[in-house]
Design a protein around this ligand. Sequence first.
Ligand code: ADP
Length: 381
Amino acid sequence: MKTAGKSIDLNDKRVLIIDDSATVRNYLQTYLTSMGAVTDSAATGHEGLAKCAEPPYDLVLLDILLPDIDGIEVLKQIRERNEISTVIMITGHGGVKSAIAAIQLGADGYLQKQEITSTRDDHTEFLYAIEQALEHRAGIVAQKQLQEIRADFYSMVTHDLRSPTSTILTAAEMLDQDHAQQQPFSSEQQQLVRLIHKAANKLFRLINDYLEFAKIEAGYLRLNLEEVELRQLVESSAELAQLQAQAKQQSLTLDLPPTPVYACVDAERLTQVFDNLLSNAIKYTPNGGQITVKMQVRPEDKAVEFRIIDTGLGIPTQYLPALFTKYHRVPGEAARGIHGSGLGLLIVKEIVTAHGGTVHAESQGADQGSTFVIILPLTGA
Ligand code: ADP
């Protein structure tokens, strides 16, 4: 029901009208000024864009058909500059299709030219369209602001929680070393230090997973792409995992191509992927097991394939499809005392997908080992 409109507040709103018809420009300027708006106008796309400097207009009424550049192109350039201005497209007869296309490109609504000029006494339709468009844009702006606040909050919390946790970790490690070197603890004290160390380690991983996931969910996964040699990246990830594997008497073997493989990737993020998959392989493989990383270039589809293979607990086939979803853990793992957040694989999938790649898991079932397969495109390197 189009009852709104009369309540619309245009007081002090800065409005720009871009239209080649002097009649439309004059009419809109007069009417909107009488509503309290501060108006300006332009007869061509270039003139309009020149006026669209800072600060952004609250509202732009933009003709789709302009004598110099297409109204859609003007819209695109306005959106490149700001997300704040409400933009309403003005169309002629039969221009609805292009108006809808404009909405997909960031316009907030459209008005037909004849609606503006032929209903001089009744402005309900016109004001309703403006009100709807202003609300639409306000919603988008509010959502963006919320996302920014969330991202700031996450990075603040990340820092605030991580740093005391890593202090506890380091202190526990040092106590453990001191004990080994000079001041023997009683066996009870020794046990307590190990307990602190284990708990801090677990806390550190959980904080990382939760915060990483929260950031990704808020839409803040940004890749820093650079040319990277992928064999080296795998090797350095495996170096760290080697220590974890040794602690469980597992062997960790790399099977890499004989020559360097370059790709355009975010090295830090991709390292996170391998760290995650290797630490899972170690975690879900009993002592003495075997972990292998196979890397193979697939020239036929300009891609590189990584297989992280373990001889561990395996995954019953019915759980394979849900593995990469939020908080999903194969039932029974908590009971076996293997801790986790159920977020690691989701983070892996988000990062791999952002690189244009795919990831999936293969397993013949419980206690049959698991293989995680990543395929990354080699384009752009
Ligand atoms: P978690 O923090 O629980 O390890 P992930 O998202 O990394 O979370 O993994 C989700 C679930 O997938 C795990 O809880 C586990 O049940 C299963 N899983 C992951 N990697 C392996 C593996 N290498 N072998 C067997 N199960 C695995």
